[in-house]
Write a protein that binds this ligand. Sequence first.
Ligand code: NAP
Ligand code: MG
Length: 504
Amino acid sequence: MSTSQTLVEQNSLKREFYHLIINGEKVESNNGQTISTYNPATGELVAQVAKASKEDAERAVQAAREAFDHGKWRKYPVGRRAQVLNKIASIMRSRFNEIVELEILDTGKSLSTAQGQVNQAIEDFEFYAGAIVGHRGVVNNMPGQFHNYTEKEPVGVCAQIIPWNYPIMMAAWKIAPAIAVGCSVIVKPASLTPITAIILGEICLEAGVPAGVVNIIPGSGAEVGNYLVEHKQVDKVAFTGSTPIGKDIMNKASNTLKRVTLELGGKSPNIVFEDADLDAAVDGSLYGIFYNSGQSCEARSRLYVHENIYEQFVEKFVSKAKQIKLGNPFDKETHMGAIIDQTQLDVIDGYVQSAIQDGAEVLSGGKVAQVEGFENGFWYEPTVIANVNHSMKVVNEEIFGPVVVIMKFKDEKEAIQLANDTEFGLGSAVWSKDGARATRVANEIQAGIVMVNCPFSAMPGTPFGGYKQSGFGRELCIETLDLYTETKSIISYYGNRPLNPLGL
Ligand code: NAP
Ligand code: MG
């Protein structure tokens, strides 16, 4: 057994110190720097994590380059790569509770939320283990004695930069499709939540991913992330995070014409028609905004309700919002976990205060929450705001917290117009029992995802990604494999007579 195969087995996943993973090895950063990572629910230190420097990033690029240019991974039969992806999933499953615990400690999210996300991360690997087997080129019809076929070749070395809101899920969304097609990756987790991406990197090694194919380097986005984006030997950058950083990355990646995919912010509309199943719409809309403490790029943070059911809907919605229980994230009864840090808490409260100044009405919540036993954590009350309009900041800008604005509409046309009146285009939801209406509205909404009578936006196999300033590229689906490959066209001539196109 190689050292890497025993990495996870010998160690508890819960440690005081986490290493970088470069070239198949667990290493400290070259300058000895570390990141302290905290539990947002308690404010307590969770662990120290090696903090990659530019030199470490350079080593990771060289390792990924070597693995891609001269290594065996991309040359494996596809079934063998699929087998390794399934092994990653099965090791993750065998360490499920430990991974869930670490994800909760690092993010402050609630138990069921973390369980669902770790489970999905596992299923992502299983999905791509299956999907890759059917991913292939085509044979094209050609005139005369010509033959043309295409090959799908891995794009190369991919820098993958991810945010803090879904640490393990984002790592899985990035790593699984990329290594499935034979790429090598360098993952830069968010500085606030580096632990589970590192664990996933260790599991990849244990499952048999060769050294250098998966490198994990927590470090400063502005320094290490940017270094990868500008690096000449990196072929692609896949980024999930805020829209301003996404724009900066696209700009810088243009110098080397890197392939770029961006999953950015959102301000997703949620439209409830008068013919909706009211209870399902209320419950789905609560989940749509308060899941993950509202720290979701596809959070349905603009709620539009038909004027005929507005009062009734709001009454039920607010009454249930007030029942949302904040508390110990490990307690099954807790509905909503903590906010990631003090900065984000201040951002959220700033938006609520701006709404109040603009004349909006807070129907519930609206302030920093006091949670017994968790006084040093970062908590915000589930907040519902009415009496707003489209000129207000609280309606136009992404908050990334448990804050929803509610507005009335009078007909289908107005609902569509309001829904599309945003620079973003990630998620959206429509609640109606009239299938024809739901289809019409779904067709008109300018967003990458429309949920019809359904609160879920992301399941392995469903394309996830945005229109407009929510980015481009789709993750979690078959199409993602195309975004990690180049199409090579091979044209051949099989005629008897030699070709002499110049007539010489
Ligand atoms: P962020 O500030 O954009 O950071 C995201 C990642 O980029 C982090 O790893 C960060 O590193 C890194 N980074 C920061 N500056 C960089 C630079 N100049 N060059 C390269 N990398 C850089 O976003 P966040 O605050 O972590 O996450 C919240 C945002 O992500 C929200 O706007 C949300 O909508 C969006 N999001 C979108 C999706 C989606 O699928 N569309 C999913 C989740 C989140 P550090 O941690 O070291 O700063
Ligand atoms: Mg943390």
